[in-house]
Design a protein around this ligand. Structure first.
Ligand SMILES: NC(=O)c1ccc[n+]([C@@H]2O[C@H](COP(=O)([O-])OP(=O)(O)OC[C@H]3O[C@@H](n4cnc5c(N)ncnc54)[C@H](O)[C@@H]3O)[C@@H](O)[C@H]2O)c1
Length: 402
């Protein structure tokens, strides 16, 4: 029997998400009879303690007899229990300076640590994450920004609504003018954003039609890296070539920027890839985009107007392409930018349901099949007070040398 603990989130501002919803946990115990689950008492979770109790789970303040503790965001050092196995997002694998102490403490406390971000399949692709929900909330927030900027409709903030169904219901009440909407990215975020566009019955059109036809209704196109980049030598190679040799490519995004009114950015931006649009591009008379929902949210990166991230409390700011500075987004000169970097927090219940399903499918089996597919082996960052081989590159960071 392995005892899993669903821990309380302790970050500020509070994060209402959880690895398993009550419903998700109920499914997990049926599927894995050798697993038992204890839920930590929490008054900030998107699901009440009573809902877990109603499904037959114990809620406790003491998690010390669990074997494996499951959380979402960073656990404060003072709350880490020594010699346990832990799963959470530690934000350490890119040597983030603000979490160095946390990784040091994980090692000092002899914790066997698995980061949700390091859970990958044999091909190295991540199998769990919140990206899909970021896409859903990001697209919704983008429409909310569009309504505010053009003063033609008002949508409530996503975090005041219960779930995805409620978001879609609000969107069904608005009339979107005959604009062109561009979505970059066909991964998790892209699929979430597309789900919203499709739920709104916005017509998807081909790239050719998007670029050259006019419509009397709103339309969208979803594009990937080879649609907005081209090899400098004119050769047509595949996406893998782009991922491996981004320096051989240049952006062709301006052909889209010319005709797009509202841009939803949901791509991943790799090191060395060309800027999607530069500050100079944004100043060009051909640049038509007035609203950007930047879900990818790389600061000072490929999307020049994203000069900072924004918050759930204050999600929209304006970018003046002429002065390259922030201004009121309602100023007619401004490109309105929504760049919230923790979007899934606005939809905690659905995001938790989805995350639990992925965790149950891709991680839990490994505990009961002797890690046959190597899931735990690949994801394990620390053991017995040491970094594992795969994560040995973090040694200098942990030692405070970088
Ligand atoms: N704002 C938020 O709250 C939030 C939440 C989750 C994810 N994100 C961000 O959204 C972005 C997309 O995440 P995702 O989960 O959809 O990623 P994904 O791997 O599922 O999809 C990536 C997409 O980007 C394209 N791409 C372009 N260049 C690439 C490259 N060099 N390497 C890999 N893919 C490349 C891929 O072809 C694919 O269409 C990430 O940057 C992620 O950090 C933001």
């Amino acid at each position: 029997m392995i005892k899993f603990g669903i821990i309380k989130e302790r970050k500020n501002p509070p994060d209402h998400r959880v690895v398993f919803s009550p419903e998700g946990l109920a499914k997990a115990v049926v599927k894995f009879p050798e697993a038992s689950f204890l839920v930590e008492n929490s008054d900030i979770r998107g699901f009440k303690n009573e809902t877990y109790i109603d499904k037959g789970f114990e809620v406790s303040n003491d998690m010390s007899d669990c074997d494996v503790l499951l959380g979402v965001k960073e656990v404060p050092i003072s709350a880490l229990i020594s010699n346990k196995k832990y799963f959470f997002f530690s934000h350490t694998i890119k040597k983030q300076p603000y979490n160095r102490d946390l990784l040091q403490a994980i090692l000092d406390k002899q914790i066997e640590f698995f980061d949700h971000e390091t859970i990958v399949n044999q091909k190295g692709f991540r199998t769990i994450g919140f990206g899909h929900y970021a896409g859903i909330v990001g697209a919704y927030n983008g429409f909310r920004t569009l309504g505010l900027k053009n003063s033609n409709f008002e949508l409530p903030k996503a975090d005041t609504l219960l779930d995805q169904k409620a978001l879609v219901s609000e969107l069904s009440k608005i009339t979107v003018p005959a604009i062109k909407i561009l979505l970059t990215g066909k991964g998790r975020v892209g699929s979430g954003a597309k789900e919203i566009l499709d739920a709104m019955d916005i017509r998807e059109v081909s790239i050719e039609d998007y670029l050259y036809k006019t419509y009397d209704q709103p339309v969208y196109a979803q594009i990937d890296a080879l649609d907005y980049n081209a090899r400098k030598d004119g050769k047509n190679l595949d996406l893998t070539d782009f991922y491996q040799h981004p320096e051989d490519y240049k952006s062709t995004f301006m052909r889209f920027a010319k005709v797009t009114d509202f841009y939803i950015a949901g791509h991943f931006f790799g090191d060395g890839a060309p800027c999607i649009y530069t500050r100079e591009d944004a100043r060009s008379k051909d640049f038509n985009i007035k609203v950007v929902a930047d879900i990818s949210c790389d600061i000072d990166g490929p999307i020049a107007s994203t000069i900072r991230s924004s918050t759930i409390e204050d999600p929209v700011y304006g970018y003046d392409p002429v002065t390259e500075t922030e201004i009121d987004f309602m100023n007619p000169k401004a490109i309105a930018v929504m760049a919230v970097d923790n979007l899934p927090c606005e939809l905690p219940r659905d995001a938790s349901e989805g995350f639990g399903e992925m965790f149950m499918k891709n991680v839990l089996p490994a505990f009961f099949n002797n890690d046959a597919d190597g899931v735990l082996e690949r994801a394990r960052m620390t053991k017995d007070g040491k970094l594992t081989e795969r994560f040995a590159y973090l040694q200098d960071y942990v030692d405070g040398k970088e």
